[in-house]
Design a binder for this molecule. Structure first.
Ligand code: C2G
Length: 131
């Protein structure tokens, strides 16, 4: 029984998010997802997500490959979340390659390849060009 934990904003859910979550789920038996709060996003990206924290949580909860969802309040609390949820593997996209190696003392850390050519920022740009 392996418990996987991963983190993200998942704003305007797209195929890159789905592929990452499905591949993460396959590494174990139970996938736990930390969805970053609106406040955390403002500090991280200087932009409010299009969908609210509660809507993003609800959307991620509805996915077949996801077992448990919580709100990630702070980037500094990753170690606490790993321990609280008893995670065996931390999975992140490879845009974070090497950034979470400090948690190797708590669990395995795996970086998965991102899907090329799609991002929330790009989607916002594409949609606004169509208006
Ligand atoms: N992702 C992907 N391919 C893309 C876009 C995103 O595989 N084309 C992955 C990211 O690597 C990440 C997950 O989907 O693992 C969620 O992406 P974001 O919502 O952009 O998450 P981010 O804002 O990077 O938040 O604590 C860390 C942060 O909360 C991560």
């Amino acid at each position: 029984m392996k418990r996987i934990i991963t983190f993200g904003t998942y704003d305007l859910l797209h195929i890159g998010h789905i592929r990452l979550l499905e591949r993460a789920a396959k590494l174990g038996n139970h996938l736990i997802v930390g969805v970053s709060s609106d406040e955390l996003n403002m500090s991280k990206k200087d932009r409010a997500p299009v969908y609210s924290t509660q809507d993003r949580v609800e959307i991620i909860k509805a996915l077949k490959c996801v077992n448990e969802v919580f709100v990630e309040e702070s980037l500094e609390k990753k170690g606490e979340y790993i321990q609280k949820f008893n995670a065996d593997i931390l999975v992140m996209g490879d845009d974070w390659e090497g950034k979470f190696d400090e948690f190797k003392s708590l669990c395995d850390v795996v970086y998965l390849k991102r899907t090329d050519g799609i991002s929330t920022t790009q989607l916002i740009g594409d949609i606004s060009e169509r208006l």
